[in-house]
Design a protein around this ligand. Structure first.
Ligand SMILES: [Mg+2]
Length: 249
């Protein structure tokens, strides 16, 4: 079986969007609206367990009554401000692709391997990141883009991966997924897709035992990555099309 397609998660996998982007954007929105909250890198990591921006703010305020009265209308304003702040951060170069991402995308493209996006992040956040970091033609590079609410069930449910396989007309045995978190890994393997995990800042300690390969990153020339496979074989080097083909289910 040859490698037909590679599906990429976005947050944490293509870039450290949570720590350097979404967290900073929340803090800028809180400050702009006079809300006395400022999330440290560590504290934000704990609140990431609450999925969804508005839901995260509500859960935090419920736990911290000293913040004061925060009604739904204010949460809506905070969220709108946060979306705008995230866009400014990305447009000013505050978020960059992780090492090796641009290299691997270019290699897969030149080899004719189809690429897809499998994320539940909002399309607006995805669009600004890829427009700035890859270019305005990014939608031509990815044959399928699963983002936002394209499926109702979020990861770790495999729905987003099943949707992408169907949209592409591919079998799971022809596809490899690249993820950074246990939730993403479970979503991909739940759809029968062999998965490479490149852990990110907030997911480094998670259990990736279902992964076909775990690498500390995709690697760029001169900055090779360390990786370990399902059989604990260790290697070192760049994650290439050949490496991804070798882990097909
Ligand atoms: Mg992720």
């Amino acid at each position: 079986m040859s490698l037909k397609a590679v599906f990429f998660d976005v947050d944490g996998t293509l870039a450290e969007t949570e720590r350097d982007g979404h967290r900073v954007a929340f803090n800028q929105a809180f400050a702009a609206l006079g809300v006395p909250i400022e999330w440290s890198v560590e504290e934000y990591g704990a609140w990431l367990a609450v999925t969804g921006g508005k839901e995260r703010i509500r859960a935090y305020c419920d736990r911290h009554p000293e913040v004061g009265e925060i009604d739904d209308a204010l949460i809506e304003r905070i969220h709108l401000e946060k979306v705008a702040a995230y866009r400014r951060i990305v447009e000013s170069g505050g978020i960059v692709l992780r090492p090796g991402v641009a290299r691997l995308i270019e290699e897969l493209r030149s080899c004719g391997v189809v690429m897809g996006i499998t994320t539940t992040t909002m399309l607006d956040s995805l669009d600004v990141l890829l427009s700035v970091e890859i270019g305005p033609h990014w939608e031509e590079i990815f044959a399928v883009v699963g983002a936002g609410d394209v499926v109702p069930k979020k990861k770790p449910d495999p729905a987003i991966y099943s949707w992408a396989l169907g949209a592409l007309g591919a079998a799971s045995s022809e596809v490899v997924a690249v993820e950074d978190s246990r939730n993403g890994l479970l979503a991909a393997t739940g759809a029968g897709i062999a998965t490479l995990v490149t852990p990110s800042y907030y997911t480094a300690g998670e259990d990736f035992s279902e992964a076909s390969l775990v690498a500390d990153g995709l690697g760029d020339p001169g900055k090779e990555s360390r990786w370990r496979g399902r059989d604990n074989a260790s290697g070192e080097g760049l994650v290439t099309q050949g490496v991804l083909a070798s882990i097909l289910s």
